[in-house]
Design a protein around this ligand. Structure first.
Ligand SMILES: Cc1cc2nc3c(=O)[nH]c(=O)nc-3n(C[C@H](O)[C@H](O)[C@H](O)COP(=O)(O)OP(=O)(O)OC[C@H]3O[C@@H](n4cnc5c(N)ncnc54)[C@H](O)[C@@H]3O)c2cc1C
Length: 476
């Protein structure tokens, strides 16, 4: 086809997940013409098969667990969840896997949407193969931003495809609870989905290759979550991997490294993510197809002056909020470079995604919740910081008692002994997800421990855990 002027834009964004949408929003706000290419649904993995449906499944599970800890309410919350109603609400949350609302929003920004598969075809050039096979060529005056995200990574097990295993997509969009569900993995997706489906009616067996759950967090996070999952009825087997899997008359049969034969109705592999860069034309610009894309702090791909990689695809922090943060930074950096302005990078400039290095918050929506920001004790020590960890139990916090009799939880802060600032904070317990931003601010602002005494938490809230942490640091 012949290229027309209307196919030339200041910026071309490939992928309209939360990250691609936010880049386009920022570049349009800066007055740059912007094309957005999307091969599936605007809103990406997060809106339809990840954050939104998983949290919609988990919210009633956690609310019920909270209710069961409260005398006076526990009796009323004793029955099983109404699974069809929970799934119906999940469907509402995913807009029934329709993206009209997001398409309207994107149109409102003034960006042009191209539906189809985007591929690089040399510097500043993107070809789009539309649903009907038509080919459109887009040229970028200033920048191409890749925001194509990730897909589930499956292990290399013979015959796995014939088993039709669940990935995170099926686990978040299933129309009914399987009677028996094997979950393979011990990370965030595995523990959240095990929590959800166990409460929604499945008998869950969790097969974890490592020693415990959530091994990127402080060890007590995985321990407390495993304890609660076991009490909820899940069968957790650590130090166990799947050796072989097949379907016999519709039933999944998995044989583990321990020699156990486990039967189930479905098997979910939550065994990591792979970048969606294998069919992206990376070879046309001298990059390796299928690789994660390395960037500098302005999110520009190493060795180029026009290509950006933003969100999951750069492997800096596979979280929606962090990807959207990067999108704001990348959008601002693209606009500044287009205008010939100097970038603002240090120390907290608008054009450098510095938080990715030292203050990435994450909440795991299990019961109890696990929330962490910054470095764990082991990570801080490994990075060469001279640190001390301070631990307290939430049982010493008056506000925790209000949550009910059985509140179990723990907090840790990792203090850098050189500057007396925080390197990392972890909270585990019901409701702690809402606490973590206080720690993010303390770390990002490099607030000295002495100054934290003057940030007075309200009585009687869970936030008083800060006082207990400061006291424990002072007294030990
Ligand atoms: C089960 C699960 C639960 C999660 N829960 C949370 C949570 O609670 N909180 C949180 O912060 N994070 C969560 N995450 C992580 C979160 O989903 C990702 O960090 C986020 O979706 C990344 O956004 P993105 O825009 O980079 O990529 P994606 O959301 O993956 O979007 C990429 C988009 O690019 C499109 N695309 C890909 N290739 C092409 C191409 N060649 N041409 C055109 N379009 C293309 C895709 O169709 C997709 O729409 C969860 C992940 C999973 C799997």
């Amino acid at each position: 086809m012949t290229e027309t002027e209307s196919n030339t834009y200041d910026v071309v964004v490939i992928g309209a997940g939360p990250v691609g949408e936010n880049i386009a929003d920022r570049t349009r706000a800066a007055g740059l013409t912007t094309a957005v290419v999307e091969s599936e649904l605007l809103g990406g993995e997060c809106s339809y098969w990840a954050c939104m449906p998983s949290k919609a499944l988990l919210r009633p599970v956690i609310a019920q667990a909270d209710a069961r800890r409260l005398p006076g309410l526990a009796e009323a919350a004793r029955g099983p969840l109404d699974t069809p109603a929970v799934l119906a609400r999940r469907d509402e949350y995913t807009s029934h896997w329709q993206d009209d609302g997001q398409a309207d929003w994107l149109a409102g920004t003034g960006a042009d949407l191209y539906r189809g598969h985007g591929r690089l075809a040399g510097p500043r050039t993107v070809t789009v193969t539309g649903p009907d096979g038509t080919l459109t060529t887009l040229t970028a005056r200033h920048a191409v931003a890749v925001a194509t995200g990730t897909r589930a990574q499956l292990p290399d097990l013979p015959g796995l495809a014939d088993v039709r295993p669940w990935t995170s997509r099926e686990a978040t969009s299933a129309k009914a609870a399987p009677g028996r569900l094997i979950v393979v993995g011990g990370g965030v997706v595995a523990t959240e989905m095990a929590t959800a489906w166990q409460a929604l009616g499945s008998r869950v067996t969790l097969l974890v290759r490592g020693k415990g759950l959530l091994n990127r967090m402080e060890p007590f996070a995985g321990e407390l979550v495993a304890e609660a999952l076991t009490e909820a009825g899940a069968d957790i087997r650590t130090g166990t991997s799947v050796e072989s899997v097949r379907r016999e008359n519709g039933t999944v049969v998995a044989v583990t490294s321990a020699g156990d034969r486990i039967e189930a109705d479905e098997i979910l592999f939550a065994t990591g993510r792979a970048p969606r860069t294998d069919d992206l034309g990376l070879e046309s610009v001298g990059l390796e197809p299928g690789s994660w894309l390395d960037t500098d702090d302005s999110l520009r791909v190493t060795g180029t002056d026009w290509l950006y990689a933003v969100g999951d695809v750069n492997h800096r922090a596979l979280l929606t909020h962090q990807g959207k943060y990067q999108a704001r930074i990348a959008g601002a950096a693209i606009a500044a470079r287009a205008a010939g302005d100097t970038l603002l990078e240090e120390p907290w400039g608008a054009h450098a995604a510095t938080a990715d290095h030292h203050a990435v918050p994450q909440v795991v929506f299990t019961d109890p919740e696990a929330a962490a920001v910054g470095l764990s004790l082991a990570e801080a020590e490994q990075a060469g910081h001279r640190v001390r960890a301070v631990d307290v139990e939430f049982s010493s916090v008056a506000g925790a008692g209000l949550y009910g009799d059985g509140y179990r939880g723990r907090a840790r802060m990792v203090v850098d002994l050189e500057d007396e600032i925080l390197r990392g904070v972890t909270f585990v317990g019901p409701g702690v997800g809402e606490l973590i931003h206080s720690a993010t601010i303390a770390i990002t602002g490099r607030v000295p421990v002495g100054r934290l005494w003057h940030a007075v938490p309200s009585y009687p809230t869970l936030s008083e855990v800060w006082l207990r942490l400061l006291e424990a640091y002072r007294d030990n």
